[in-house]
Design a protein around this ligand. Structure first.
Ligand SMILES: [Zn+2]
Length: 286
């Protein structure tokens, strides 16, 4: 901890996009100090690099979509989550389609890919956002908050009226090892009836039991069942870490989510970014 980090060499991922169902290639390159996370579309002529920040989030329904300058890229949150959990600061994400590959629906393939590419410590100090004052958002029965905390902790709560999910809550002190063990393997999930409706609209065409937990009225349809207890709330934490990465800097604080999704996370991150009186920036080199 203390200094900025990037990858030692490029990490590549090939897989289908959740919405298009088409194969996409993602290459994640090392980047110089103070670059943050930059996004480029290889298949778009003269594509410029767009910083993957909260004010570049174009859509939040079902997945987080980042873009600008004539292009968008969807479903970036699982890959960003792995990068953020490994405390990587500077990366260039280059993809040849409109979404990141969904892989197995978790962050595990990205985490392992980054880890095996190697992590390089850079010469510049890390600038942490250290939360001083609580920021809280509430919409109906959903809420998202960030509170002062001298570490990085995420607490999430979900409540679904489905016997296989129900009420789940989890709190975790985030580190590369806790993320790998407790969060990275948790898959995205959806309901069979919603998937059919989405497919009829030309969406979620790549969605299958290979890349999501799918539930019908009687239970979990995946033959192998769940990978671990409370996989659903673990995936919510995975998504939240990815969305928090659009702050552009590592954070010292406690993120607390109640039934919150990408939309509320985006509002929270934007407000945190704008309300600089609620945090201090520290180099924390030691
Ligand atoms: Zn997700």
């Amino acid at each position: 901890m203390g200094f900025q980090k990037t990858l030692a060499k490029v990490a590549t991922f090939k897989g289908i996009g959740l919405h298009t169902g088409k194969e996409v290639n993602l290459s994640v390159y090392p980047a110089p100090t103070n670059s943050g996370y930059l996004l480029k579309r290889k298949d778009v002529v003269d594509s410029v690099m767009v910083p993957m920040l909260a004010n570049k989030v174009m859509a939040t329904s079902m997945a987080t979509t980042v873009g600008g300058e004539g292009f968008t890229v969807s479903t970036v949150e699982h890959c960003l989550s792995a990068a953020c959990a490994l405390e990587l600061d500077n990366l260039i994400f280059e993809v040849d389609g409109p979404e990141f590959p969904i892989m197995d629906g978790s962050a595990s393939v990205f985490f392992e890919g980054f880890d095996s590419s190697g992590i390089l410590q850079q010469s510049a100090p890390k600038n942490y956002i250290v939360v001083k004052d609580k920021i809280f958002f509430e919409e109906g029965d959903k809420s998202a908050a960030i509170e002062p905390y001298m570490g990085f902790k995420v607490t999430a709560e979900i409540d679904f009226e489905h016997s296989s999910i129900g009420h789940q809550t989890m709190s975790l002190e985030m580190s590369p090892s806790t993320f790998k063990r407790e969060i990275s393997l948790a898959r995205t999930f959806g309901f069979f009836k919603d998937a059919e409706a989405l497919k009829a609209r030309g969406l979620a065409l790549g969605g299958s039991l290979d890349n999501a937990i799918i539930l019908d009225d009687s239970g979990i349809m995946n033959p192998g069942g769940l990978r671990m207890e409370q996989e659903f709330v673990r995936h919510k934490i995975l998504d939240a870490v990815g969305d928090l990465a659009t702050l552009g800097r590592p954070i010292r604080g406690h993120l607390i989510l109640k039934k919150a999704g990408h939309d509320l996370m985006n509002k929270l991150v934007k407000t945190l970014d704008e309300k600089s009186s609620s945090w201090t920036e520290q180099n924390l080199v030691y």
